[in-house]
Design a protein around this ligand. Structure first.
Ligand SMILES: Cc1cc2nc3c(=O)[nH]c(=O)nc-3n(C[C@H](O)[C@H](O)[C@H](O)COP(=O)(O)OP(=O)(O)OC[C@H]3O[C@@H](n4cnc5c(N)ncnc54)[C@H](O)[C@@H]3O)c2cc1C
Length: 411
């Protein structure tokens, strides 16, 4: 027997929550179904690496967005969709069940990149879900505290390393760059960023990759190489957390719609895929950003805003997705917001104020990214700067262009 929903959402994450709420906010009373392969309902992922560790009063109950209660959506957990048939308006799950739809939203996000050669273990976490948070909480609640090896210097690795040192664990952070954050932040800011970690007691091992590993005794032994691939010995840890980026989870819709080169799902400015009545949003969706051009964005502002837009479009709104998303991270009481491309191999300008830094990233033709470190405000100006699609001949002329609110002075 096939259960049919007016609106069916595949993937029970942040997009699903935003889309279901937006559908209801239009006044629609149509039926909403959400099929998610996790054992838990939608949960705001940023809290998994930040607030749940840094705020002792904040619990998973506080983070719970109440998707089903607020929208009446029927959420089916532990259910993996393996194919979509747009002609029949039907999806099929791993267990062979079928669900029909009027309109379908692909909201499958991405899954963590795995490390070949690292044997699976319940002490090795590719950190992404509420279940991962619960498992890590369990692993670090021992006395004495465990030695946690964190692999990857991106925002998941950095935030988890900061969280683990805050829990009193011994933490070793393994990353391939010379300086932690050097591929994202301009040179001086990368040094400041790394100093936050070393100052807090994290052992930061740059120029290091993990080639593999296996369970050994009550822990895990990692095999390390240096940046040239040469043997760099082994590291024993009680727990290993990996943040190696994600790959878009476009598989269930693989044969039915146009895919992006990296496996995402291509949508137009109305978030429609190439199949009738099938939309996609969030980490999985490659969309035409009005300012930045075609891209996939793996950040929460995009997931929430695009998810809500998709929900309204599915109920008949004639809008387009015109939002250029920002992204952010919080570390040791510091934080940044950013828009566009943060690639430190581009030309960069660092503008330092009393307590803040504004960093600009430029190609030969235009400013393509702005990072606001410990800055109050500045995001609208940053977005407008990117929208102008130009740059000064001398990049140094950008100094003073965006200033933190409150009139801080240039250093
Ligand atoms: C620990 C962590 C911290 C983060 N912090 C920040 C931050 O500080 N700032 C920021 O901007 N962004 C942050 N992000 C990124 C942000 O959370 C994501 O961009 C957002 O969750 C994307 O939403 P989504 O709905 O597209 O994907 P998800 O929230 O990942 O939801 C997708 C869901 O679909 C499920 N699914 C996949 N395939 C199938 C299938 N075939 N069938 C059924 N279900 C399926 C997945 O299991 C998952 O539950 C963070 C992410 C993580 C993991």
């Amino acid at each position: 027997m096939t259960t049919t929903y007016d609106f069916l959402i595949v993937g029970g994450g942040m997009v699903a929550d935003a889309a279901a709420k937006a559908i209801r906010e239009t006044g629609s009373t149509a039926s909403i179904g959400i099929l998610g392969d996790e054992p838990t309902a939608p949960f705001p992922r940023p809290a998994l690496s930040k607030k749940l560790w840094t705020d002792p009063d904040f619990t998973t109950d506080d983070g719970e967005p109440g998707t089903a209660d607020e929208t009446g959506a029927h959420i089916t957990l532990d259910t993996r969709v393996i194919s979509v048939d747009p002609d029949a308006h039907e999806v099929t799950t791993e267990s062979g069940e079928t669900f029909g739809y009027g309109s379908l939203l692909i909201a499958t996000g991405g899954h963590p990149r795995r490390l070949d050669g690292l044997e699976p273990s319940d002490r090795v976490l590719y950190y992404r879900t509420l279940s991962d948070y619960r498992r890590l909480r369990e692993l670090v609640s021992t006395d004495p505290k465990p030695h946690v090896a964190v692999v990857g210097g991106g925002y998941i690795g950095s935030e988890i390393a900061a969280a683990m040192i805050g829990q009193g664990c011994r933490v070793t952070l393994l990353h391939p760059d010379d300086v932690l954050g050097a591929s994202t932040f301009p040179p001086a800011l990368a040094l400041d960023h790394e100093a936050l970690f070393t100052g807090a007691g994290v052992e930061v091992r740059g120029g290091t990759r993990v080639a593999g590993g296996l369970e050994a005794g009550d822990g895990v032994q990692l095999r390390l190489t240096d940046s040239d691939g040469g043997d760099a010995g082994t590291l024993e840890a009680d727990v290993v957390v990996l943040g190696l980026g994600i790959q878009p989870s476009g598989e269930p819709i693989a044969d039915a719609v146009e895919r992006s080169e990296d496996g995402g799902v291509v949508v137009d400015e109305r978030l429609a895929t190439s199949a009738a009545d099938v939309y996609a949003a969030g980490d999985v969706a490659e969309y035409p950003d009005k300012i930045l051009g075609r891209r996939r964005v793996e950040h929460v502002d995009n997931a929430e805003t695009m998810g809500a837009t998709a929900g309204r479009i599915m109920t008949g709104s004639d809008e387009t997705y015109d939002h250029t998303p920002m992204f952010y991270s919080d570390l040791f009481g510091h934080g940044y917001e950013a828009v566009g491309t943060l690639d430190a191999s581009l030309e960069t300008v660092e503008d330092r104020f009393d307590d803040s830094v504004v960093a600009y990233y430029l190609t030969d033709d235009e400013v393509v990214g702005v990072l606001l470190w410990d800055c109050d405000g500045g995001l609208d100006e940053a977005t407008a700067l990117l929208a102008a699609h130009t740059r000064p001949a001398d990049a140094a002329e950008l100094v003073g262009r965006i200033r933190p609110a409150g009139g801080a002075d240039d250093e």
